[in-house]
Design a protein around this ligand. Structure first.
Ligand SMILES: NC(=O)c1ccc[n+]([C@@H]2O[C@H](COP(=O)([O-])OP(=O)(O)OC[C@H]3O[C@@H](n4cnc5c(N)ncnc54)[C@H](OP(=O)(O)O)[C@@H]3O)[C@@H](O)[C@H]2O)c1
Length: 217
C-alpha cells in the first residue's frame, strides 16, 4: 500500500484550533485553486484515510467535488466504533470502510442499516494496520491511499513506517498552544536518530501557501 499524507498546517505545524474543534475553520483560508489542488490529489487515490476524531469533529464528506474524477473510498480506523449517527460518511451513499479489530464484529452490526458502509476486521483486540491494508488491497483493490490526519492517526502510521510521502500545505498563520493538535502527535521521538527521516522532493509557492513535498528516506 502506498500512503501519502496531505495536510494543511499553520506556520507552527498545527492542524486545527483547540481540541475537539473542526479544521474547517482553517480551510476558510484556502482559495478555490488550493481546494482544486487538494481534490486533484484525492481523485488520484484509491482510498482516503482519516481518523475517527476527524469524523466526529469535522464531519467531512472527503469527496473530490472541486474537480472531475472519482471519489476515493473512505477508510476510517476505530477502536470505539462510536460513529455519530448523523455523520456524512454514514449517510451520503458514497462507499466507506471502517477498519476495526475482530472483537468489534458484534458491535459493527448496529451499522448494518447504512448500505454504503463496510467493515474490515483486522487484529484481535487492537487494530492491525498491516492486516487491514493487505485486506483492503485484496478485497477492495485499494493500492494508493491519501492520508488526511489527524495528528493521532498520522503518528500511528508514521511510527510504523507506513507513510511513503508527505505533502504539507503551509498556511501563513500561527496558532500556537501546547495542547493544540499538530500534524503528528503521539509520543514523539527523543532524539534525531529515532526521528523518522524524509527527503525534500519539491517546493511550490501557490499564492498564500507554500507546498512542501517529502518522500520517505
Ligand atoms: N488541517 C488538516 O488538514 C486536518 C486534517 C485532518 C484532521 N484535522 C483535525 O485533527 C483533529 C483530530 O485529530 P486527532 O489527533 O484528535 O484524531 P484523529 O487522528 O483524527 O482520530 C483519532 C481516532 O482515530 C482512531 N484511530 C487512530 N489510530 C488508531 C489505531 N491505531 N487503531 C484504532 N483506531 C485508531 C481512533 O478512533 P476511536 O476513538 O473511535 O477508537 C482514535 O481515537 C480534528 O479536530 C480535525 O479538525 C486537521
Amino acid at each position: 500500500m502506498k500512503i501519502k499524507l496531505v495536510s494543511e498546517v499553520s506556520i507552527d505545524g498545527k492542524i486545527t484550533f483547540g481540541e475537539g474543534t473542526s479544521s474547517k475553520d482553517l480551510f476558510s483560508l484556502l482559495t478555490t485553486e488550493d481546494m482544486e489542488y487538494i481534490h486533484e490529489i484525492r481523485s488520484k487515490a484509491d482510498g482516503i484515510l482519516v481518523g475517527m476524531n476527524t469524523i466526529r469533529n469535522d464531519n467531512p464528506s472527503l469527496t473530490c467535488r472541486y474537480v472531475e474524477g472519482k471519489n476515493p473510498i473512505r477508510i476510517v480506523p476505530s477502536n470505539s466504533l462510536e460513529i455519530p449517527e448523523d455523520a456524512t460518511i454514514l449517510n451520503d451513499n458514497i462507499p466507506t470502510i471502517i477498519i476495526t479489530p475482530e472483537t468489534n464484529k458484534e458491535a459493527a452490526k448496529k451499522y448494518a442499516k447504512y448500505q454504503s458502509v463496510n467493515f474490515v476486521f483486522a487484529g484481535e483486540e487492537k487494530l492491525d494496520f498491516a492486516v487491514a491494508f493487505s485486506k483492503l488491497e485484496k478485497q477492495y483493490n485499494i493500492h494508493t491511499v491519501m492520508l488526511e490526519g489527524g495528528g493521532t492517526l498520522n503518528w500511528n502510521l508514521i511510527d510504523k513506517d507506513m507513510v511513503n510521502e508527505i505533502t504539507v500545505i503551509r498556511l501563513p498563520i500561527v496558532i500556537g498552544g501546547k495542547n493544540n493538535i499538530s500534524l503528528v502527535d503521539g509520543e514523539g521521538y527523543g532524539n534525531c536518530n529515532l526521528a523518522k527521516k524524509f527527503g525534500l522532493k519539491g517546493v511550490e509557492f501557490r499564492g498564500n501557501v507554500i507546498i512542501g513535498n517529502y518522500v520517505k528516506a
